[in-house]
Design a protein around this ligand. Structure first.
Ligand code: SF4
Ligand code: SF4
Length: 176
């Protein structure tokens, strides 16, 4: 289990990005005017960063969960899984940022079963993003949320399903 209390922003022993460069495609990196969904113009996919020595601080500080959590097996390496795992420090919700070239990757096994297990064990959703479009993965169902705008945030709510209470996720406008 990914333990928020043991999160470290440094690689686990033996972990190395190797040929993975997926975080240089799936996130906005304003310092180099890179937009989520397209390779950063400085990225040499599969090889690394062409401006490695002078790359922005944002890039230097970033390590995905595969890098920091040594228990995640090789199938979770982002260039194999086709998504990048992170944890939101504010909520401890797991985020899955998909490679737009493989938008269904999270539905394959062993991923979907494990994402549901993490949602159940943590009693919180796992949020799968395709660029800015989100789906909440719950222990026994999914919640399509559509595009998340900068003034929206996601919150947990209880709903009734077949007469039984269960957790769901909704979008709300952030307080001004
Ligand atoms: S997604 Fe993770 S493993 Fe891949 S390049 Fe980025 S930090 Fe390294
Ligand atoms: S500047 Fe380099 S490390 Fe940063 S996103 Fe671009 S290619 Fe990746």
């Amino acid at each position: 289990m990914i333990d928020p209390a043991r999160m470290a922003n440094q690689p686990a022993p033996g972990r190395d990005c190797g040929s993975c460069t997926l975080c240089c495609k799936v996130y906005d990196v304003p310092a180099v005017e890179s937009l989520a969904g397209s390779w950063c113009r400085h990225c040499q996919p599969g090889r690394g960063c062409a401006i490695h020595a002078t790359r922005p601080e944002h890039c230097r500080a970033f390590f995905c969960l595969w890098m920091t959590q040594g228990f995640l097996g090789p199938e979770w390496k982002p260039d194999k899984a086709r998504f990048v795992l992170t944890m939101d420090p504010a909520t401890n919700w797991l985020f899955v940022q998909l490679d737009p070239g493989a938008p269904q990757a999270w539905r394959k096994e062993p991923y979907l079963t494990q994402l549901r297990r993490w949602a159940a064990a943590g009693n919180r959703p796992v949020i799968v993003f395709l660029n800015r479009s989100a789906t909440a993965v719950m222990p026994d169902h999914d919640v399509p949320l559509g595009t998340i705008t900068p003034d929206e945030r996601l919150v947990l709510r209880e709903e009734l399903a077949a007469g039984r209470p269960r957790m769901t996720v909704v979008k709300v406008r952030a307080a001004a």
